[in-house]
Design a protein around this ligand. Structure first.
Ligand SMILES: *Cc1c(COP(=O)(O)O)cnc(C)c1O
Length: 391
């Protein structure tokens, strides 16, 4: 079933399940199948598992267990944070302006747009620099009494840049305005500390850090206004109704525990491979520029824009040659709209369709990287020729 002989360089899109996570999940399908809301022994076992998972998830974020809400993934966490807080804050205070960065994941951007189009909110975008990073001072300058919520991505999925979350958090906390950060990419690589970062809400998802797809969490600091978006039973302290997916939640908790233990040890090796990719691509491929910050970026993340290259065509050539890479956005064939994130970097128009993202994982090796770097220049040249009809 595994696509044979294709080397995986797309760990920012998703990661394989860790074998140890799979083991942890196994009993919950048929043996320990109880509903945590039940009074009997089956229910108690499930409830104990849920409690343990909440403890582990809280420890991962330096939060309290009661502040962890399990969701169906990063997308739901972002939706709940934005819509839940925006609607609750407006009802409480009349604040009706959303302040977000222009480099958010679509789970944030599209939720904000819907809040504008359907619910009558106002939307303001923060400025960013040429690395796609938000400066804390600009948040300070844009905040006003009408700000319902601020949302800034922890580390961007397309260009890898890390934002100064603790500085932005301090500013929002001072003004008492809820601050959300999407840490779905960042949590796989950077130590998470919601207290030190002064965030009120933080989204994570399991499948970007060797856990299962379809499960995530939202940290909600005690006292943060949040409208319950999924009504029903009293699960998750009445904030997210529906019988909990115990197998996935236990799997995520184990993935978080392993990430906390093992990610710091992988960091330096990953940075070395990343920097080799960056340095080599920039020196051997003409018309290549780095997107995102040169050093203040995710340790596994190398991303580029290539002059006069159709990125999707290059990805197909790479796939045929045995390399799974990405353009960084969900831009599919036949949808030639350049990504909104790339658009804010101020690149010349001839670079707009040529994005290439290479993301490493815990199994990536020097040998794999060297194979890629040997093949890539020829494929870029071929993509340029094919596009201009020369070959
Ligand atoms: C993957 C991702 C999401 C969406 O998470 P899902 O669990 O796939 O729904 C949100 N934000 C960022 C930054 C991501 O990388």
């Amino acid at each position: 079933m595994r696509p044979r002989d294709v080397i995986y360089f797309d760990f920012a899109a998703t990661t394989p399940l860790d074998e140890r996570v799979l083991q942890i999940m196994q009993p919950y399908w048929n043996e320990a199948f109880g509903n945590p809301s039940s009074i009997h022994a089956y229910g108690q076992t499930a409830e104990a598992t849920l409690d343990d998972a909440r403890q582990l998830s809280a420890a991962f974020l330096n939060a309290r267990p009661a502040e962890i809400l399990f969701t169906s993934g990063g997308t739901e966490s972002d939706n709940l944070a934005l819509r839940g807080v925006a609607l609750a804050r407006r009802a409480q205070t009349g604040a009706d302006t959303l302040l977000i960065s222009p480099v958010e994941h679509p789970a944030v951007t599209q939720t904000a747009r819907q809040l504008v189009d359907v619910f009558g909110f106002k939307l303001k975008f923060l400025p960013t620099d040429c690395y796609g990073q938000v400066e804390a001072q600009s948040v300070e300058a844009e905040l006003c009494d009408g700000t319902a919520l601020v949302s800034v991505i922890y580390a961007n999925n397309e260009i890898g840049s890390i934002n100064p979350i603790a500085e932005i958090g301090a500013i929002c906390r001072q003004r008492n305005i809820p601050f959300h950060s999407d840490a779905v990419q960042a949590a796989a690589h950077l130590p998470m500390n919601v207290a030190a970062d002064a965030v009120d809400l933080l989204s994570i998802g399991a499948h970007k850090l060797y856990g299962p797809k379809g499960v995530g969490a939202l940290y909600v600091r005690a006292g943060t206004p949040l409208l319950n978006l999924q009504t029903g039973g009293g699960q998750e302290n009445g904030r997210r109704a529906g019988t909990e997916n115990i197998a996935y939640i236990a799997g995520m908790a184990e993935a978080l525990r392993l990430t906390r233990e093992e990610a710091p040890g992988r960091r330096q090796q990953m940075i070395c491979l990343r920097d080799e990719i960056i340095q080599q691509v920039l020196s051997i491929i003409p018309g290549a520029v780095l997107t995102g910050h040169p050093s203040n970026r995710l340790p596994n993340h190398a991303s580029f824009a290539l002059d006069h290259v159709n990125g999707n065509l290059l990805l197909m050539l790479l796939d045929q040659a045995g390399f799974a890479c990405s353009s960084g956005s969900a831009c599919k064939v036949g949808n030639p709209k350049p990504s909104e994130v790339l658009a804010v970097l101020g690149l010349p128009a001839s670079y707009a369709y040529g994005s290439l993202r290479i993301t490493l994982g815990k199994t990536s090796t020097q040998e794999e990287v060297e194979k890629l770097l040997t093949t890539l220049p020829g494929l870029v040249a071929r993509a340029r020729k094919l596009k201009t009809g020369e070959a």
